[in-house]
Design a binder for this molecule. Structure first.
Ligand code: PLP
Length: 498
């Protein structure tokens, strides 16, 4: 019997279960190919390993450990049923190279997702391939570029973005080879139609914008903007990061958009903090559909011998006629798509309720913060980032008055919130709001959480400047010198810690 304390890999290190007894013939590699010495990995017992990783997970902040009001990123609760569904063998144990008749169930999910997303956005066709919002932007911009090449309008080399745009919009357009034309917003934070009209001509390929915009404001002139852009032959591109504010109430298609990306990992849940895996499908009107990346999932009646899934349809892969090519394999992050499908299936036609609660929560929190601040006498230290009364699913606050009065910055407030057990709001975005904090509670937070956050936020705003400059003091990592970290990037674990 193997000695519990001395089997290979854990000699003298502590308790571990016996290693499986392998016969020479069972070894996956010929014995001559096996290494003769152990790699320089930390040699720990199983309980030590478990404690190590559990300890690491507790040092991290996540939506499961606290409120995560990260504006524009829509960090909402991820229902656990999504995980159960995504891990079913018929879903997670299949491979896209299996024949179509093995994959009918999964393809039916993809097809339903394509259809649901088209309907919600008022588009005609959808690809699920891109794996991030930013990649969706790039993909759609490339489709627009190919569309114009096919029409003999290759002179359309410029893309318009408002000055409040998310950085990925101009970055994606520039990656596709476009020149960026920035247009200023009006003083209330919306599109300036005169400024837009002034830059429009037949070199414009598209305008990229999100609605509600990055200030959380609905662009009331969006139809007029679309008319202006279409008037010079350009396309309207909808950045869907703020889709959580409009689903079921209106759609990009109704507003005059030709192409849209969806951040499935924001609007439809799916764990995405820490960089993924995400899913950024795009939807397009029919004139752009031939340029989508392939394959997309299509449907037809089953032929003789084909045993359809319950809905009596047969699902097939299809390559769009003038496809720009692949931007990922098959359906990109298929598991993410399935989780988001599970989320959507629980709402069905009630997705509109989700939107309404998201907008209600944002407006409730905004008013609660103002009310608490007034009572505490600190309301002079910040102002709304936009001159308007109606926010959608997120809102911005400018800490400029605090900076001028006491030297406390938006970053100080954000760090102070970490000490109270919250994830910081988005900071310094959008750039048009000085000392900006952007707050998005999402529909999944309870009123009691919002009330507690409003109180704590106001307590942080009222804290003394020295405390805030030093914050955070309770987190495993204190305030880092970000400039130093960026210039001297080192992500290696020091040898002595191995
Ligand atoms: C307005 C907006 N557009 C685009 C993106 C890019 O999305 P992703 O992070 O999925 O690439 C974001 C992400 O934060 C966003 O907030």
């Amino acid at each position: 019997m193997t000695n519990l304390w001395s089997h290979k890999g854990a000699e003298g290190m502590g308790y571990a279960q016996p290693a499986p007894l392998l016969h020479e013939d069972d070894l996956p590699l010929a014995s001559g190919l096996l290494r003769s010495s152990l790699p320089r990995w930390p040699r720990l017992s199983e309980p030590e390993m478990v404690r190590h990783y559990t300890g690491l997970s507790r040092k991290n902040f996540g939506i499961d450990t606290g409120f995560y009001p990260l504006g524009s990123c829509t960090m909402k609760h991820n229902p656990r049923v999504n995980e159960v569904i995504a891990q079913m063998p018929g879903i997670c144990d299949v491979h896209p190279h299996q024949p179509e008749h093995h994959l009918q169930g999964l393809l039916s999910i993809f097809h339903e997702m394509q259809h649901m997303l088209s309907v919600c956005a008022g588009m005609d066709e959808v690809t699920l391939q891109p794996v991030a919002g930013a990649q969706g932007e790039f993909t759609a911009v490339r489709c627009i570029q190919e569309y114009f090449r096919h029409r003999g309008e290759a002179q359309r080399t410029r893309i318009v973005v408002p000055d409040s745009a998310h950085g990925t919009n101009p970055a994606s357009a520039a990656m596709a080879g476009f020149e960026i034309v920035e247009v200023p917003s009006t003083t209330d934070g919306r599109i300036d139609l005169d400024a837009l009209e002034a830059v429009l001509d037949d070199t414009i390929a598209a305008m990229m914008i999100t609605n509600p915009n990055t200030l959380g404001l609905f662009e009331t002139d969006i139809a007029a903007a679309a008319e202006l852009v279409h008037g010079v032959g350009g396309q309207m591109y909808y950045d869907g990061a703020n889709f959580n504010a409009i689903i079921g109430r209106t759609s990009p298609g109704l507003m005059g958009f030709d192409a849209v990306h969806y951040n499935l990992h924001k609007t439809f849940s799916q764990p995405h903090g820490g960089g993924g895996p995400g899913s950024g499908p795009i939807g397009v009107k029919s004139h752009l559909a031939p340029f989508l990346p392939g394959p997309v999932v299509d449907v037809r009646a089953p032929r003789d011998g084909e045993k359809a899934v319950d809905d009596g349809r047969w699902y097939v892969w299809r390559e769009p006629e003038h496809s720009i090519g692949k931007v990922q394999q098959w359906h990109g992050n298929a598991g993410a798509v399935v989780r988001c499908w599970a989320f959507y299936r629980r709402y069905g036609r009630e997705l509109r309720t989700m939107t309404e609660h998201a907008v209600l929560n944002a407006n409730y929190l905004r008013h609660a913060i103002h009310r608490e601040a007034k009572e505490a006498g600190v309301d002079h230290l910040f102002v709304d980032g936009a001159v308007t009364d109606v926010a959608k699913h997120e809102f911005t606050l400018s800490m400029l008055p605090a900076k001028e009065a006491t030297g406390v910055t938006a970053m100080d407030i954000a760090k102070g919130l970490l000490d109270r057990g919250y994830m910081a709001p988005t900071v310094y975005f959008p750039l048009v709001v000085p000392e900006c904090l952007m707050i998005e509670p999402t529909e999944t937070e309870a009123k009691s959480t919002l009330d507690a956050f409003a109180k704590d936020f106001v307590a942080v705003v009222g804290a003394d400047a020295d405390t805030l400059h030093a914050a955070p003091i309770t987190t495993p990592v204190r305030r880092v010198d970000e400039v130093y970290a960026a210039r001297n990037l080192c992500v290696r674990v020091p040898d002595e810690e191995l």
